[in-house]
Design a protein around this ligand. Structure first.
Ligand SMILES: NC(=O)c1ccc[n+]([C@@H]2O[C@H](COP(=O)([O-])OP(=O)(O)OC[C@H]3O[C@@H](n4cnc5c(N)ncnc54)[C@H](O)[C@@H]3O)[C@@H](O)[C@H]2O)c1
Length: 259
């Protein structure tokens, strides 16, 4: 097959959880531009609808649907709605994330636990419920969005005096996600379902100058990620261009983790 055809997502149905968030918009745009029908879903339906409308105005096939990953019935309802609407699900991006808590010395057990409902149990349930549909089809591609902090520890010096920090439960969830990716990849390989991971670096969103300067100094490619940087990796792992790749963690970080 022609290599550009291998990257095409024409006729594919994709779900992006947290699709109206920062990286979610990038991923949803990339999938739509590659030809997929895209469902973006989160608790904030209004925000998802706004993003979907904006992407439809660019001639992309994108719709919004509600999802609360901390509620099992909400995940099942979304799966039923997608299957009733499109008849199938080809691509699942586990992109949504819940964040809670500050640095180790002030984090409480409650703050540690709260986001796990979404980042751990929600990830497990969403994967299980949508992969069950993919098993029936004997095809599918699941992509988990982890982070550089699932691979390396935070360099706290980059936060300087900004008041920013990085909670330990985030590293715990993102590291677990990479291991969970490998587990799912071997478990479901016999059904022709591939499960991969992307570990992005920090996206530039007008963070404080002190933080950005420190971040850039530590990044071999000398910049933070922009809104296009994740697009190629997302379409690659979603499409047949990666048909012999499963259990992989594709690091898209400008070199942050290579030293
Ligand atoms: N932004 C970055 O610099 C960066 C860097 C590395 C990795 N990541 C990863 O990229 C992914 C997206 O991050 P982001 O920064 O775009 O996040 P974001 O905060 O902009 O978006 C997160 C999304 O998750 C959704 N969400 C939260 N709780 C939910 C729930 N209970 N049910 C359904 N949806 C829920 C939110 O509504 C939101 O749309 C995450 O997995 C994150 O770990 C982000």
């Amino acid at each position: 097959m022609n290599v550009l055809e291998l990257f095409s997502l024409k006729g594919k149905v994709a779900l992006v959880t947290g699709g109206a968030g920062l990286y979610g918009v990038t991923i949803s745009t990339a999938l739509g531009e590659a030809g997929a029908s895209v469902v973006i879903a989160s608790r904030n339906l209004n925000r998802c609808e706004k993003v979907a409308k904006d992407l439809r105005s660019k001639n992309l096939d994108v719709v919004a649907m509600p999802l609360d990953l901390s509620i099992k019935d909400s995940i099942i309802a979304l799966k039923d709605r997608i299957v009733n609407t499109y008849g199938k699900i080809d691509i699942l991006f586990n992109n949504a994330v819940a964040r809670k808590g500050g640095s180790m010395d002030i984090m409480t057990a409650e703050e540690w636990e709260e986001p796990m409902k979404v980042n751990s149990t929600g990830l497990f349930l969403c994967s299980k419920i949508f992969i069950e549909e993919m098993v029936k089809q004997k095809s599918g591609s699941v992509i988990n969005i982890s982070s550089i902090y699932g691979i390396v520890g935070p360099d706290f010096s980059i936060y300087g005096n900004t008041g920013m920090t990085n909670p330990a439960n985030y590293s715990f969830a993102k590291g677990g996600m990479i291991a969970f990716t490998r587990y799912l990849a071997t478990y479901y390989a016999k059904y022709n379902i591939r499960v991969n991971c992307i570990s992005p670096g920090g996206l530039f969103t007008n963070q404080p100058k002190e933080f950005v300067d420190n971040y850039i100094k530590r990044t071999p490619l000398g910049r933070m990620a922009n809104e296009d940087d994740l697009k190629g990796a997302a379409v690659f792992l979603a499409s047949d261009a990666s048909s012999y790749i499963t259990g992989h963690n594709l690091v898209v970080d400008g070199g942050w983790t290579i030293w």
